[in-house]
Design a protein around this ligand. Structure first.
Ligand SMILES: NC(=O)c1ccc[n+]([C@@H]2O[C@H](COP(=O)([O-])OP(=O)(O)OC[C@H]3O[C@@H](n4cnc5c(N)ncnc54)[C@H](OP(=O)(O)O)[C@@H]3O)[C@@H](O)[C@H]2O)c1
Length: 258
C-alpha cells in the first residue's frame, strides 16, 4: 500500500484517486486552486485532505501525482515543495519527464492511456499505464502502483509516449469530433443520432478485428465521384465541414491508391 497525494481535481484525478483507493492505496492530499473542487473529490475518498497549498513538505505521501492541464505543469512544479524522498510524476501524454527535473532522480511519469470524463465510469484494469522514471527506485514504486491498478503496464521513454499520444489523439479525439459533426448534421435535419449507434459500434469493432485500412468502406474508397459531389453540395451551408469532408476524402483516396 502506498500513500499518494494528488495535484488537481479534474478528470484524471477524479478517476485515478478512486481507482487507487479501490486497490488499497491511500490518497493523503488533493490540491486544487479552487478548494471546492478538491473538497468534492475528497468526499469520494477515505481520509484525504483538500488543500490549496503547494507546500507539501509535511506530506506522508510516497508519490505526488500532478494531474493538471499540460500548460499548467511547469507553474505547479515551480511552486511545489515535497520532502526529498518523495517521487513526483505527471500524468501527461505529451510532456517530457524533464519538466520535473527539479525533483532529480525522483522525477517520473504515470500516463494512463484512456479518455477520462468525470461522469463516465472507467475499468482501470484494462487501461494501459505508461510509466517512466529517472531512477530504478522511482520506477519500482510506479511499477508497483501501476500493476496494482492495471494488467497493461508499459515502460516508455518520453519520445515514445509523445508518438503514442499523437496516435491516440487521432484515434480518439478526432474520431469523436467526427461523430460530433455527424450528430450536428442529423440535428439540422431533425433526425436522431441514435440511428447511427449500430454503425459506430460496428465500425469500432471492425477496426479492432482487422487492420483499419482493410475495414475502410464508403464513396471515397470506391472512388464514387457522384456521391462525393452530392455530399459536398449538401454541406454547402457548412463550409468548414465541407473542407473536412474534402480533406478526409482525399486522404482515403490517396491511402487506397498506394
Ligand atoms: N482527460 C483525459 O482523458 C486524460 C487522459 C490521460 C492523461 N491526461 C493528462 O492528465 C492531466 C490532467 O488532465 P485532466 O483532463 O484531468 O485535466 P482537467 O480535468 O482540466 O483538470 C485540471 C485540474 O487542474 C487544476 N488546475 C488547472 N490549472 C491549474 C494551474 N494553473 N495550477 C494548478 N492547478 C490547476 C484544476 O482545478 P482548479 O482550477 O481548481 O485548480 C483541475 O482540478 C493532463 O496532463 C492531461 O494531458 C488526461
Amino acid at each position: 500500500m502506498y500513500k499518494i497525494a494528488l495535484i488537481g481535481a479534474g478528470n484524471v484525478a477524479w478517476h485515478l484517486s478512486r481507482a487507487l483507493e479501490m486497490v488499497g492505496h491511500r490518497i493523503t492530499e488533493v490540491h486544487s486552486r479552487q478548494i471546492a473542487n478538491a473538497q468534492l473529490l475528497v468526499k469520494q475518498l477515505y481520509d484525504a485532505t483538500p488543500t490549496q497549498q503547494l507546500n507539501l513538505l509535511d506530506t506522508e505521501a510516497d508519490l505526488v501525482l500532478i494531474a493538471v492541464p499540460d500548460k499548467a505543469i511547469s507553474e505547479v512544479v515551480e511552486k511545489l515543495q515535497v520532502p526529498a524522498d518523495v517521487v513526483v510524476a505527471h500524468t501527461s501524454g505529451t510532456q517530457s519527464i524533464d519538466l520535473l527535473a527539479k525533483f532529480g532522480d525522483k522525477a517520473a511519469v504515470f500516463y494512463p492511456l484512456q479518455t477520462f470524463t468525470k461522469t463516465k465510469q472507467v475499468d482501470f484494469t484494462q487501461v494501459p499505464i505508461c510509466i517512466e522514471a529517472k531512477s530504478e527506485a522511482a520506477l519500482d514504486i510506479l511499477g508497483d502502483i501501476a500493476t496494482s491498478l492495471s494488467e497493461e503496464v508499459y515502460q516508455l521513454t518520453s519520445a515514445q509516449r509523445q508518438v503514442l499520444h499523437l496516435s491516440a489523439v487521432v484515434a480518439c479525439n478526432f474520431a469523436n469530433h467526427l461523430w460530433a459533426i455527424s450528430k450536428e448534421i442529423l440535428d439540422q435535419a431533425d433526425m436522431d443520432f441514435d440511428l447511427l449507434h449500430p454503425l459506430i459500434v460496428e465500425t469500432t469493432e471492425k477496426a479492432l478485428q482487422m487492420p483499419p485500412k482493410d475495414a475502410q468502406t464508403g464513396p471515397a474508397k470506391r472512388g464514387d465521384k457522384e456521391v462525393i459531389q452530392k455530399h459536398l453540395e449538401l454541406l454547402k451551408e457548412m463550409p468548414h465541414y465541407q473542407k473536412i469532408y474534402q480533406l478526409l476524402t482525399e486522404s482515403i483516396v490517396s491511402m487506397h491508391q498506394a
